[in-house]
Design a protein. Sequence first.
Length: 137
Amino acid sequence: MQDTIAIRRFLFIVLAFFGGSAVVLSGLGLYSLISFLATSRVREVGIRVALGSTRVGISLLIVSQGLRLTLMGVAAGTLASLVLHRLLSGLLFGIRPFDLSTILVAAVILAATTCIAALIPAWRIARMNPMKALRTE
């Protein structure tokens, strides 16, 4: 009994490792992209803070920008999976063409990863001195 389960357990561990690695790599990529986008908006954020915007408002601005990017990526990935299903249907066994629960779970995991990745640049730019931001460039 152990021998028959051992192969499936090994494949599950390998699959879980690669899935976790994909989430970590996507989080790092999102962090670097959102950090770049946030630092390119330093002057705008300085003006917003000088006009009375709060740290929470600035943080929400940065996080919502990242979530917008994630939403566009999820939409593009969902459309691509629907289009490419016909090509991959011969390779996959026991998988429906449009599994809504799988797409929703993947979207929630990506949204959580984006929020975590966006919090560091959002926190960093929200606590910036507006006068220093306005003097840059």
